[in-house]
Design a protein around this ligand. Structure first.
Ligand code: MG
Length: 360
């Protein structure tokens, strides 16, 4: 996609945890001058490409003087420090790593304010809201409605979904994504994370952020304004447009490559309520968001641990939300005063979550 607009975009740095050969190949292809491999200790001789290793190289890439936009698509809590560093350095952060905002929403928004950085969501629902808002003040907004596909278990009975297998959970009906977020879509934890993300991005109280299940994933989000008017953003389920828009916001780029929308092909669009009682991870997340402080970081960490245990075949599907609930109930919520406090809560929740997983 970026390659379609060489006059507009050039890639300066690329980062990954592993897959060194693939990363170097990609760096060569797009002309990146700096590559960062978080999971390695020493770099190979790469000729004219500068090479960094270990978690610190993420910060180097995110604050690189020649970089103006940082796309943070790291999975999970590992993305937090890079988000904050980039914002403090005055960069635009195209944020796919929603966990940054979930764990430390106040700290991340403060970093943006202090450093003159800007957070633009890549998450499709939040991109939709941003596009519908088109610069209007939140004072003119009555509520946001984020859509949820409902995941692969939308129509499953509670009993059946208790013992859903990994293979079943990874069969997402509309979006093609990585395993962690696909399981989060199946439990609806992803939608709770997105409610928290929306709270910090758009500075709206939790009572003004609703979620509706929309199995076709064509409408990505709605904004209801105070006069009763409701705007929606629609498009085929593809991340190309949200990524492109995060780079060009508030402008729009003439681009022929993004998938086209046709209302006739899209056909019937349906909406239904979230089955909160059958997908407890959703309500748990919204409660953690409302509690604030370290609670969202604990929710996020316990989810990461429980989802990994499920993917490893160590716990059944129903245990994901049970473990999250167990961890949250034993957590003493503290103010999220700095990154250290957030990471301490994160580490505590991982340990507690692992303990609960292994005792099952
Ligand atoms: Mg999303």
């Amino acid at each position: 996609m970026l390659g379609r607009h060489p006059e507009r975009f050039s890639v300066k740095a690329l980062t990954a945890y592993g897959s060194r050969d693939l990363l170097l190949e990609q760096a060569k292809e797009c002309g990146a001058q700096y590559v960062c491999l978080v999971g390695e200790h020493e770099g190979p001789d790469t000729g004219d490409v500068a090479y960094g290793t270990g978690p610190e190289c993420l910060i180097e890439a995110a604050t690189h003087p020649e970089v103006s936009v940082v796309i943070n698509a790291i999975v999970g809590a590992a993305g937090l420090r890079a988000t904050i560093a980039a914002l403090r350095a005055g960069k635009r952060v195209a944020l796919a790593n929603k966990e940054s905002l979930v764990m430390a929403g106040d700290l991340v928004t403060r970093a943006a304010r202090d450093g003159g950085g800007e957070i633009v969501p890549v998450d499709s629902e939040h991109s939709a809201v941003l596009q519908c808002l088109s610069g209007r003040s939140v004072d003119e907004v009555r509520r946001l409605i984020l859509t949820a596909s409902g995941g692969p278990f939308r129509e499953w009975s509670r009993d059946r979904l208790h013992d859903a297998t990994v293979e079943e959970a990874l069969r997402h009906p509309t979006w093609d994504m990585g395993p962690k977020i696909t399981v989060d879509s199946a439990t609806l934890a992803n939608k709770a994370l997105e409610v928290i993300e929306a709270h910090y991005l758009f500075k709206l109280g939790y009572g003004r952020i609703d979620v509706v299940v929309h199995p076709q994933s064509i409408v990505h989000g709605f904004v209801e304004f105070t006069d009763g008017s409701v705007l929606a953003q629609v498009g085929v389920p593809s991340m190309e447009l949200p990524i492109l828009y995060a780079l060009t916001h508030p402008e729009r780029l003439d681009d022929d490559g993004t998938p086209r929308f046709d209302p006739v092909t899209a056909g019937t669009l349906t909406f239904e309520p979230v089955r909160r009682d059958d997908f407890p991870a959703f309500a748990l997340g919204v409660s953690a968001g409302t509690a604030g402080g370290t609670a969202p970081a604990v929710y996020n960490a316990s989810n990461e641990v429980a989802v990994q245990a499920f993917l490893d075949g160590r716990i059944p599907f129903r245990a994901i939300s049970e473990i999250m609930q167990g961890v949250l109930e034993s957590h003493d919520v503290q103010p999220a005063t700095d990154v250290e406090a957030v990471l301490a809560a994160d580490a505590w929740a991982r340990q507690r979550g692992e303990l609960l997983c292994s005792s099952r």
